[in-house]
Design a binder for this molecule. Sequence first.
Ligand SMILES: *Cc1c(COP(=O)(O)O)cnc(C)c1O
Length: 393
Amino acid sequence: MNYTVNDKGFYGNYGGAYIPEMLFPNVEELREQYLGILGDPGFQTEFNTLLKDYVGRPSPLYFAKRLSDRYQAKIYLKREDLNHTGAHKINNTLGQILVAERLNKKRIIAETGAGQHGVATATVCALKGIECVVYMGEKDIERQAPNVSRMKILGAKVVPVKSGSKTLKDATNEAIRDWINNPEDTHYIIGSVVGPHPYPDMVTRFQAVISEEIKAQLLEKEGSENPDLIIACVGGGSNAIGAFYHFLDNESVKLVGVEAGGLGVETGKTAATIELGKPGVIHGSRTMLMQTEDGQIMEPHSISAGLDYPGVGPIHAHLCDTGRVEYANVTDEECLNAGFLLSKLEGIIPALESAHALAYLEKIKLAENNVIVINLSGRGDKDLATYIRHSEE
Ligand SMILES: *Cc1c(COP(=O)(O)O)cnc(C)c1O
């Protein structure tokens, strides 16, 4: 595998662990233990059994006939939207709760912006009967009331963060502070392929089940495990790397990551990190980062809360540098159009995040025999209010 992390935690020029000294023991414990835990047959058995019986895997690879007719290609949808809790995030939180158990941790912390990762974390904590504390900006708590209720019903404590802009970045700072103060008994569940080493690699390994399944499913349906093209949306980049992972070394499979263009990359109201970013350090790793001239982190904008992040996982910065993955972006409007189109053509209302991947179909020329896989990272139930607001126009 040409694109795996090295023993210092770097992907080319990106990654590493840029953390305050006081966090070092926690991260070091995880770094020393994670590969041993993941490789243990007992861990593998429990993880795979829960993926099957609790999450509902394998998620179907669905041949979308009417969408295929429209774009004159063979389009398959990888249905992560059918997972328990409605997205791919549960693959990772489930993996991490099993790691936490094996590290004898009695308490889980997480931060959440839109609430999706908070819900996926609260879910696995309930499953295991482990205490769960979720940090969330006060502004996000107001904006994402249904997910706050879900977390509480699941037994999690949601802590409002009142500092700074009262959003994700401030919630992250609070979670880190908590972890520093509770190094013995607490595990911090990070929700994407971001953060200090070993998180990006650990989360990649948990999400890689997506591409492992795609291979087996394509072999059965097409007689070849390799498609011509795989498209996935990129926020932090976990669903995308999950869909790409087992194809990275096969250059004949084209891989495209679609970022949130927001109102357009030229407007500054955007979350297209790879398009606009420069190298910098965020949340413990060196990666591409949207920043102002004087190096401050830019406030991102996207219609989809899950893509509204000013950084990107270090592996994606590296895959962009090497040219192995092509990164594109689509606007809020293009995303909405694609979401409405899939709803009408296939009877599937996609998450607005996933609709970014679908919108990319408008940007390319396809041939009739092209086999394309789109990773449908989540379902659109959570986005109904946004869909409704835009359907009258
Ligand atoms: C959180 C989320 C994303 C973005 O996160 P990645 O780490 O980039 O995958 C994408 N789609 C859905 C449905 C999400 O909930």
